[in-house]
Design a protein around this ligand. Sequence first.
Ligand code: KIV
Length: 296
Amino acid sequence: MSAPPKGKLSLPELAEMKRRGDKIVMVTAYDAPGARFAEDAGIDVVLVGDTAAMVVLGHEGTTVPVTMDEMLFLTRTVARAARRPLVVGDMPFGSYQVSDEDAVRNAIRFVKEAGADAVKLEGAGPSVSRVRAVVAAGIPVMGHVGLTPQSATMLGGFKTQGRTAAKALELVAGARELEAAGCFAIVLEAVPAPVAALVTERVSVPTIGIGAGPAADGQVLVYHDVLGLSEGHLPRFVKRYANLSREIRDALDAYAADVRSGAFPEEQHAYAMDDAELAELTAALDLDEPVRARKR
Ligand code: KIV
């Protein structure tokens, strides 16, 4: 097996960050430019999330439709560009729910065909055995509890999880089972901040929060949400650090207006031609005037 690229964040380094109390920064990415920006910002972990279904592939309000082939394609583009960050491929709905064998086969595809360093899968319960099987195959697994969007319908929608003592206990138990099964980190999505703090204290592996308050060992947000590329309703846990949608709309409006008015392209955007060559061309085509002098 070839060694990981020099500088790649290792799992022991990630575990050490929890021990030291250094916050882990994770963001999603779905293409090479996104991965490069994340790398340049010193992001620790890049998740090729199945949120791609919504933010890249145009499905509305669900991560369920994204396929293995689509996830592999996106993960490949990210893995090519992200040298330092750990690249985690998100196993899509249907790729691990049926059996441990399916989970292992598809996790192997993420690593072998797409260049992922690790995979993520959702849930505890039946997913615990999947985690054990994938880890036994030598592939690091990130767990994900709380709001697990692939089973949002079962959970009654995109709702905060673990709000009662009984539900929070289930969540803590699930996280501990995932840790025991070998997860190297666990995402806590949309859970009350005190519950995330309890889980974070009770598992030895790093927790990565999204809508889970400040106590988690790290935070993850969706790339399009951070950059203000997502439109419509956003969950309360999102913080926007830019408004790129507005910038993009303004830029495209300006471009369209320039093309329509003839303001673009200008001379500096066009390629010139040697006068003698142009004269020869004009003569050969039997034209009265050179093409460049013509006006509509
Ligand atoms: O798919 C995704 O982007 C995720 C994160 C929100 C954790 O699972």
